[in-house]
Write a protein that binds this ligand. Structure first.
Ligand code: ADP
Ligand code: MG
Length: 228
């Protein structure tokens, strides 16, 4: 029987009295890619920012991996295995690409940062997302928007696979060309093969059709349709 990696009910969120999410019910099956699509302003980012610990919900019940889940902040959600490539890229301009990638998932050795390991893994991740290794020491602020988006992706992939319960990507192709988007989608297919569960948020249906097992449509803060 399929297990639910994420199971949420009755999620509400308002901003200044305006409802962004209204009684959202959503679940995602472990080991699958579930897409959330919907037009701009539908509430997609609000929803995943709640799951990622960046926003507090006004109400709702949340389970991750069958356990009650109420992350108070991003670190708490990350500790429980929720990796995120944010739509509002989370990079810090004056830190290097390598430092940004491992900002929250630093490899340590005897409680010290393992610099050699950090560089090796950062190179592997740059290679994976299709960026030159020469960018490793470049401040993130000097990158193009597409490069920043790929570093954001590398950052989300820096959480080891065996510690990733749910990989969330919010509009990950917004700044990418079709070649880069295809590469991203192949990375996602590979992660799913390795057992990772993915939540893929987009306003472009054609983006998600190739990679997702299930699609939910969010419109005006409500889930209007779920496939299967
Ligand atoms: P989507 O990601 O689907 O484009 P969002 O979740 O970003 O949609 O936004 C949903 C609604 O909530 C929009 O009307 C948006 O203006 C509003 N909203 C989102 N974040 C905030 C915020 N921090 N403050 C005020 N309004 C917000
Ligand atoms: Mg959004």
């Amino acid at each position: 029987m399929s297990r639910k990696i994420l199971d949420v009910k009755g999620v509400n969120k308002s901003f200044a009295g305006l409802k962004a999410l209204n009684e959202v019910v959503f679940d995602a099956v472990e080991g699958e890619t579930h897409a959330i699509i919907g037009p701009n302003g539908a509430g997609k980012s609000t929803f995943i920012n709640i799951i990622s610990g960046l926003l507090d919900p006004d109400g709702g019940s949340f389970k991750l991996n069958g356990r009650s889940f109420k992350p108070k902040n991003r670190m708490e959600s990350l500790d429980l295995g929720v990796a995120l490539a944010s739509q509002e890229l989370s990079l810090i301009d004056n830190l290097s690409v390598a430092e940004n990638i491992f900002l929250s998932t630093l490899p340590t050795k005897n409680y010290k940062i393992d610099d050699r390991e950090l560089r090796k893994k950062a190179k592997e991740l740059l290679d994976l997302v299709g960026l030159e290794q020469s960018l490793l020491e470049v401040p993130a602020g000097n990158l193009s928007l597409a490069e920043k988006q790929l570093v954001e992706l590398a950052k989300s992939l820096s959480l080891p696979i065996d510690r990733t319960s749910l990989l969330i990507l919010d509009e990950p192709t917004a700044a990418l060309n079709s070649f880069q988007a295809d590469r991203l989608h192949n990375i996602l297919l590979d992660r799913v093969k390795k057992g990772v569960s993915i939540l893929y948020v987009s306003h472009r249906l054609e983006d998600v059709l190739f990679v997702c097992d299930e699609v939910s449509v969010l419109h005006e803060g409500e889930i209007k349709f779920t496939s299967n």
